[in-house]
Design a protein around this ligand. Sequence first.
Ligand code: NAG
Ligand code: NAG
Ligand code: NAG
Ligand code: NAG
Ligand code: NAG
Ligand code: NAG
Ligand code: NAG
Ligand code: NAG
Ligand code: NAG
Ligand code: NAG
Length: 493
Amino acid sequence: MASLLFYMSATVLFAQSTVAFNCSINPIYVDIHKRAVHGTDIFQYGSFIGVGTPAQNQSLWPSLSQNITSFASLSYCTNNSTTLKECTKSTGGFFDASTSDTFRELEDFNTLDNDRNGTFDGAYGRDNMHLYTHYFETDGASETRLTDVTIEIAQKGDIAPSIVGIGRESTVLDALYAQGLITGKTYALYIGHGFDRAKGAVNGSNVFGGYDSGRFTGEVHKYPMSPDTKNPMTVRVKDIIINDAAVPNGEVSLFDQAAFPDMKSTPTPFQAEITTDQYPLALPYQITQNFIKHLDAQKDNYWGDNSLKLKSQFNGSLSIVLDDGFTVTLPSEVLSNWSNITPIQDRDENSTSPNYLSTAFLGQIYLMADYEDHSFYLAEAVQKNNMVMPVSWCPKTGAPQAYQRPQQNAWIKQGLIGAVVGGILGGIGISVCAYCFIVAYLRKREEKKIEKDLERSKAAKIEQMEIEEAPEFEGPPKTPKTATPFFWKKRRS
Ligand SMILES: *[C@@H]1O[C@H](CO)[C@@H](O)[C@H](O)[C@H]1NC(C)=O
Ligand SMILES: *[C@@H]1O[C@H](CO)[C@@H](O)[C@H](O)[C@H]1NC(C)=O
Ligand SMILES: *[C@@H]1O[C@H](CO)[C@@H](O)[C@H](O)[C@H]1NC(C)=O
Ligand SMILES: *[C@@H]1O[C@H](CO)[C@@H](O)[C@H](O)[C@H]1NC(C)=O
Ligand SMILES: *[C@@H]1O[C@H](CO)[C@@H](O)[C@H](O)[C@H]1NC(C)=O
Ligand SMILES: *[C@@H]1O[C@H](CO)[C@@H](O)[C@H](O)[C@H]1NC(C)=O
Ligand SMILES: *[C@@H]1O[C@H](CO)[C@@H](O)[C@H](O)[C@H]1NC(C)=O
Ligand SMILES: *[C@@H]1O[C@H](CO)[C@@H](O)[C@H](O)[C@H]1NC(C)=O
Ligand SMILES: *[C@@H]1O[C@H](CO)[C@@H](O)[C@H](O)[C@H]1NC(C)=O
Ligand SMILES: *[C@@H]1O[C@H](CO)[C@@H](O)[C@H](O)[C@H]1NC(C)=O
């Protein structure tokens, strides 16, 4: 055994030292918004990814902790152990493995997700995945087919199990790289807030093997991935400041002993995992107490996530200062919307669970991860993005570069008006790399007059993101047909 391990690690070392990344492979852009999914007629928010042959399209929530991509089985909601609320409308789609020609069961698979505690249980298999990208709003989605990748089929649980796993050992990133579809294991995420809990409108995106250079602005901050946390992206928080715009000098630090004299000692900077696995932030007990005291918050569980609720309306913001000085501000409409429910979770005094900077935090920033370099980058997100510009990001090549928006006439000078149209169309997912812009532009130019394009873009700008054509629905799953349609057994780690 020892010699086998030695042999394996030697092989890994050898492989690492000889790997040369092909830096000219284009990235794969997959947008995140509400869309039609297989097995129900309720539109759901997530990444446009299909599974099986023929493809059953889903809406997958990205997880930075989960390693294997998972789909809800047809019987997920009829399983009497499932507690997910409004299950048939909330799973992100359903996958019927029995109608996929390429599905294979994995009998003795050891899960890579041992830390996924109390979320859902499932069985494993292999199948094809389809990652969809939009270029022009008038064109259909283009597809990147990932063949024979390990997936999990969730059979019962407490959460929406349609998840694209981008954890440290992501099988999707591994397979994309192994099949030569991306330049290396790099990934970028803007989660957006076009879903119910956030009550926002802005949509998000994934980029595999690259990042969307139009999605962030300002300084890019680098951090090492942590080797031993469930979520590899961790940071240290050195201050949290509440800023009440209605009061002069309305800034109060939740770390400030003078402002909170009940504290036994001044809080020290704390580690927090960046996660999409929950919406509200989980902060240390004392900080949470100070938040409660300062804003007169109370326990609440409207969303089932123990987010604190304010007793009265508050128009201020909350800024989180990381140890390198990078400051992320949750604006007032995120901190306390009409409902006064905040994105800060209540915390038990003796709780030992990690601190989380979660989806509410990610709604403000763009996250770019280089899994080969074990590092990641954060920058302020451009919320209303009119310019989708994914670029390839070769591993270990350093910090991503934000797209520098040119003057419009500079574009015209370069004969790139088609690309400008793309930029204006924006959220439509027009884009991909500049290279694709040009290729697409040259193709389009032959078909249409530039003026026509411009006119069209004005209308499209209002429509923003297109919605996929609704596929033919099978209707929501009804009572289980027979005991279970699955011909393969559940396997626990
Ligand atoms: C690198 O990728 C590009 C684009 O996919 C391809 O044309 C080229 O042949 C690849 N180069 C090598 C050395 O594999
Ligand atoms: C987000 O996507 C939805 C489609 O699901 C679309 O209706 C909406 O306009 C988009 N929002 C923005 C801000 O682009
Ligand atoms: C419910 O889920 C459990 C665990 O995955 C599974 O063993 C059982 O067969 C499921 N029951 C039904 C009725 O689908
Ligand atoms: C759940 O289903 C199993 C098998 O179908 C049954 O034995 C059990 O009593 C059910 N439990 C509840 C709480 O309905
Ligand atoms: C994913 O794999 C990493 C590396 O082995 C592990 O640390 C992490 O806990 C795994 N994720 C889950 C949800 O178990
Ligand atoms: C799993 O969750 C249960 C209940 O939430 C908790 O008691 C247990 O400690 C957790 N286990 C791990 C390994 O996190
Ligand atoms: C806040 O609530 C209003 C009213 O429901 C909603 O229209 C808006 O989108 C919300 N904004 C955010 C950022 O949550
Ligand atoms: C918050 O802002 C809204 C609109 O700007 C205003 O109507 C309201 O009175 C303000 N509330 C407080 C508590 O300042
Ligand atoms: C937390 O632990 C301390 C010390 O063990 C104990 O005195 C206290 O009651 C506990 N608090 C809660 C809420 O359980
Ligand atoms: C899945 O989406 C793709 C791209 O939009 C589409 O071509 C395909 O027909 C869809 N599949 C189903 C079953 O709707």
